[in-house]
Design a protein around this ligand. Structure first.
Ligand code: DHB
Length: 390
């Protein structure tokens, strides 16, 4: 096969890019070793920034996000057993939308399929060659080898990217954390109108939502926990103890229908371009989940990259691609700081000192009593405006 753009990875970044390129008359082929069913049933984050909602809606990628998504005008920050509301609308005039990543994927997949896109899921043995001059992607399916020749290859292949290893002059920036999240889906009604981010002496917990009958919750755990070791009772004990407080707040219980331990780290690779290869989404950067920035960054990359690719192919000028890394990383590093800050403010270190604990409470107390403190959280959570052209 010959195409203009070969996209390795058909998650939200890859499909959004393929969609935006299609709207601009640029053709692409998408390959992914996962099946559609595997992606559709992997639960990820659930919060979209206003800019992500606008992109999904205005580009025609999703006609459901405004109908089925739920606008959230704030969150609750809970510590010392008391909840404090952070009012995004009042502080920065913006909202976020609760709309799960599985729905974003399903919408993008349906939109691309209806437009007749060439999407190849469930393939194996992906190999990328010739990224400096004549890129090609080879893979195996049903025992046969296939080859896609393209002008550009885009690596949207997630946090275990093979594409990013092809960037010869790469710098990689990491931060590890000594904890993970235990994530559950539970059959229960919502316990509160908005998300609750809690810091407690037992560690962090987050009460999120999915539907009227299913809720999403997380609590800080050791990275080596095995999900099978956790009975429903043990999970509810942890959640109750972290959410309890003098205001008498009560979580609504129900059967746990899914449990997973989520990895946790901060990572950035730069540059995001090497010759005719470019990276987008988790392939180039990973954030810890606190604050739900991962999917939003992936969609923002796709938007910036689509513009630059259309321009570069139209002018037949590869130098145009150099604008991508600085434009994308401007937002990425803001989100890296925000995710790191939300994480370290709300989690407990196993051998943290009394000083650390009291300093953390001091920061939270400042945050909820200061318009400046609350506004930083509100601005970062709802997302920064489109990057300036540097
Ligand atoms: C969800 C996940 C997050 O990491 C977050 O900060 C907020 C919500 C979620 O899955 O709903």
């Amino acid at each position: 096969t010959r195409t203009q753009v070969a996209i390795v990875g058909g998650g939200p970044a890859g499909l959004m890019l393929s969609h935006l390129l299609h709207l601009a008359g640029v053709e692409s082929v998408v390959v992914d070793h996962r099946t559609v069913e595997q992606i559709e049933t992997t639960h990820r984050a659930g919060i979209l920034e206003a800019g992500s909602v606008r992109l999904l809606n205005d580009s025609g990628a999703s006609d459901r996000v405004l109908k089925d998504g739920h606008e959230h005008e704030g969150i609750a920050l809970r510590f010392g057993g008391v909840s404090h509301r952070i009012d995004f609308q009042k502080l920065v005039g913006a909202s976020v939308w609760l709309y799960p990543q599985t729905a974003v994927f399903a919408d993008l997949y349906r939109t691309r399929s209806r437009a007749g896109a060439d999407l190849r899921y469930g393939i194996a043995g992906t190999r990328i060659d010739g990224v400096l001059d004549r890129p090609n992607v080879r893979y195996v399916a049903d025992g046969a080898t296939y080859e896609i020749q393209a002008d550009l290859v885009i690596g949207c292949d997630g946090s275990r990217s093979i594409c990013r290893e092809l960037v010869a002059d790469r710098n990689q920036y990491f931060r590890e954390y000594p904890y993970a999240w235990f994530g559950v889906l539970v059959e229960a009604p919502p316990s509160a109108p908005e998300l609750i981010y809690t810091r407690s002496p037992q560690g962090f917990a987050l009460i999120s939502q999915r539907t009227e009958d299913v809720q999403r919750m997380y609590f800080q755990c050791d990275p080596n926990e095995q999900p099978e070791d956790w009975s429903d009772d043990r999970i509810w004990d942890q959640l109750h103890s972290r959410l309890s407080g003098e205001d008498g707040f009560q979580l609504k219980e129900g059967p746990v229908i899914e449990r997973t331990v989520l990895p946790f780290r901060s990572f950035v690779q730069s540059p995001m371009r090497h010759g005719r290869l470019l990276l987008a989404g988790d392939a180039a950067h990973t954030v810890p989940p606190t604050g739900a920035k991962g999917l939003n960054l992936a969609l923002a990359d796709a938007r910036v990259l689509a513009d630059i690719v259309v321009d570069a192919l139209g002018r037949q000028d590869l130098d145009v691609l150099d604008a991508y890394t600085p434009r994308a990383l401007d937002r990425v590093w803001k989100a890296q700081h925000f995710s790191y800050w939300m994480t370290t403010m709300l989690h407990r270190e196993a051998n943290g000192s009394d000083f650390d604990e009291r300093r953390q409470l001091g920061e939270l107390s400042w945050l909820v009593s200061s318009a400046a403190g609350s506004a930083y959280l509100a601005e970062g959570y709802t997302g920064w405006p489109d990057e300036r052209v540097l």
